[in-house]
Design a protein around this ligand. Structure first.
Ligand code: SF4
Ligand code: SF4
Length: 93
């Protein structure tokens, strides 16, 4: 009985998560390369491994978000020292 209740709860939680994901924008980790130093903090904090670090043509690492995996928790923005402007927009607390 308890197991069934937990299952229903998980389903409701998953439905809420999908709705939330549809409403929120994908985080923007950088617009220009000078706004990212490739520190990998966003990559490390992501709870669902939605970020990969990819080499650019000069051999520097930059984060790329998989939009299908991203749950829009914005933890990646909260750890990035370059994202003060996005904090001001209320994308994360
Ligand atoms: S935390 Fe910020 S500076 Fe560091 S890799 Fe991610 S986007 Fe770039
Ligand atoms: S918003 Fe959350 S899930 Fe999406 S890339 Fe950032 S840390 Fe990962």
């Amino acid at each position: 009985m308890v197991f069934q209740n937990n299952s229903l709860g998980d389903e409701t939680e998953n439905n809420n998560l999908i709705k939330e994901t549809e409403l929120k924008p994908l985080p923007e980790l950088y617009k220009q390369k000078e706004n990212c130093c490739g520190c990998t903090a966003c990559y490390a904090i992501c709870p669902v491994q939605a970020i990969v670090m990819e080499l650019d043509e000069e051999g520097f690492l930059y984060p790329v978000i998989n939009s299908e995996k991203c749950i829009r928790c914005y933890k990646c923005l909260s750890v990035c020292v370059f994202k003060i402007d996005q904090a001001a927009k209320g994308y994360y607390k």
